[in-house]
Write a protein that binds this ligand. Structure first.
Ligand SMILES: [Zn+2]
Length: 106
């Protein structure tokens, strides 16, 4: 008998706590957490079972990390807006330059 068998459904049920009743891959390593106690850890990587059960959604992530991701996305949006604005201004200046030089008619 391997050591992993000690953390199976029988031991979780014997511990009296709730356990994972369906196939649930560990978010960190992919190990199937079925039968493990919800309060336990993944036997492969020691990640909390509750983290995998909560899912890989932003609402379940650390608020500080989500805030940093949001800031990064805002910065990307600002940079994109500046680039498009500069492109439009450049094209307008090119068009005005062509009109002023008499080559903008056609
Ligand atoms: Zn794991």
């Amino acid at each position: 008998m391997s050591e992993a068998d000690l953390s199976g459904p029988a031991s979780a049920a014997a511990a009296g706590g709730p356990f994972v009743e369906h196939d649930l891959p560990c978010l960190a390593c992919g190990y199937n957490l079925r039968g493990l106690a919800l309060a336990g850890l993944c036997p492969e990587c020691a990640a909390p079972v509750t983290r995998s059960r909560a899912g890989n959604l932003l609402k379940n992530r650390e608020p500080g990390w989500v805030g940093r991701v949001a800031l990064g996305l805002r910065l990307v949006a600002v940079a994109f807006t500046i680039c498009v604005s500069l492109l439009v201004v450049g094209l307008l200046m090119l068009r005005v330059g062509m009109i002023m030089s008499g080559r903008g008619d056609g």
